[in-house]
Design a protein around this ligand. Sequence first.
Ligand SMILES: *Cc1c(COP(=O)(O)O)cnc(C)c1O
Length: 376
Amino acid sequence: MADIRYRFLDLKPVNAPYEAALKEAANRVISSGRYLHGEETALLEKEIAELCGARYAIAVSNGLDALRLILRAYKELGIMNDGDQVILPANTFVATALAVSDAGLVPRLVDISPITLNMDTAKIEAAIIVRTRGIMPVHLYGTPCWDRMLKAIAESYHLKIIEDNAQAIGARSTTVGLNSSYSTGALGDAAGWSFYPTKNIGALGDAGMVTTCDESLAEAVRTLANYGADKRYHNIYKGNNCRMDEIQAAFLRVKLRHVHEENARRDRLAHIYSDNIINESITTPAFLPGKQVWHQYPLRVAERDRFRAYMLEHGVETDVIYPMPIHKLPCYADDYAELRFVEAEKLSQDLVCLPIGAHISAEDGRIIADIANSFK
Ligand SMILES: *Cc1c(COP(=O)(O)O)cnc(C)c1O
């Protein structure tokens, strides 16, 4: 096998430009003597709230915890109860569904749109039952999942909208959100964010965020993330320990200053791929109105596995994100054995993601596109 010239992902060059600033940030935290709930965390919360236009931001341990805490908080506030349903797309990372299950709620899957690759908002209404309490749109691959239909349905059925914003920091919709922002993370009632190292802005470890404009929800999330204590040794909920490390907050503040550059670089590469790939057996992703931040660049190729082998032979590593829709995963297969989601199942068969990130230059992008074009 030929050498891999273009890795699917390589985090070293992602963080290399920030190395000096990251070391300085680490030193600042080390000598501060404050390693949790310090100034860096408070400032990061403020910066994320400002970035998206949410009133409150609560720094937490990771993206799964962010989503889990929102749902648990809705339960503590009496808005959701054990066994209630939350609607989410059949094609997402497992954490979206796990957050719902972990909170004692039931994930109700909806098929995706073959255009947006996000939840098909026209199919939401048919999935609503008496016990439906929420909708979790996932801004998958960096494409906002937000439109008038979604808003109108949530309004008429009194459903909470919890965005999974793990892949879409900096993305914008053309339809205004519930609180007059157009930015993902502030479109719905609450949002969970992830700063897992591979995300568009990644920590050097685990970290996540909750954003919302709802004061009582923000308070409940903050309390639940801190053992359920609203004051020291005064535990009003059976909570968790879901804090963000001060050192990760300091790292993230360094990288957050460059979020628009990082997203612009991804956008350039996505355009290079789309402008240069002209192979009839390859379908490139749709450029949609609003701002997509290209966490992934997803292609569709009927002979996906043969395409992947061909690319690898020519030095290009690809990945399939995700190879199985939620209802096919072993942990959910028993619950959802009878369900069929035609579009999500098709996507899991023909989806293949090209490398995208700081390790792929514009020139690399053209070369990779040429290799894809030579696939027959
Ligand atoms: C990464 C991711 C998560 C989970 O975030 P972690 O920080 O890894 O827990 C949730 N949803 C989606 C769509 C993700 O991509």
